[in-house]
Design a protein around this ligand. Structure first.
Ligand code: SME
Length: 159
């Protein structure tokens, strides 16, 4: 078992440490499921105030649940539904301060109040999305987005 203790004083350092740990964790491993599983566990263990961290994979134009940490979640999400679907359809990061105000939001866990979803695109192909939920309203700011996009880039190369 790996024991990463990532407790940085500031956000930039936190994400920098997290990126280094993630690089180490996926180095030399080509199995995408294993790498998504370890990535979700690392992020879950390291980010405060999150209640769901995980992946949806693009399986034939539909998002299908992948490795995650948190409560059991919706298994299939069409591209025209929810925050995850919007990230997949637009290939743009969706950073939502209040998920209850997002049209079509899918409430897998009623504890979630804010959410960030980052599309995973490699060589023009959408592989899936990384989804992180929080019970806090407005949990994710621009600094979190920059850090999580960096983590998503590392994962995209490893799945
Ligand atoms: N809330 C998401 C669904 C996935 S769960 O949060 C794990 C959405 O609206 O896309």
């Amino acid at each position: 078992m790996y024991d990463f203790k990532i407790e940085a004083a500031d956000k930039a350092t936190l994400y920098s440490d997290l990126a280094s740990a993630l690089e180490g964790l996926v180095a030399g491993e080509t199995d995408g499921i294993a790498n998504m599983a370890n990535a979700s566990a690392l992020i879950w263990e390291s980010l405060p105030d999150v209640n769901w961290v995980g992946f949806y994979r693009n399986v034939g134009g539909e998002l299908v649940l992948g490795p995650f940490q948190g409560r059991p979640a919706c298994i299939r999400i069409p591209f025209d539904q929810g925050v995850c679907g919007a990230a997949a359809a637009t290939r743009q990061v969706q950073r939502v301060k209040d998920v209850h105000a997002f049209p079509g939001h899918i409430a897998c866990d009623s504890a979630s109040n804010s959410e960030i979803v980052v599309p995973l695109v490699r060589d023009g192909e959408l592989l899936g999305v990384l989804d992180i939920d929080s019970p806090k309203h407005g949990r994710f700011d621009a600094g979190d987005e920059a850090g999580i996009v960096r983590l998503a880039e590392i994962i995209t190369r490893a799945i």
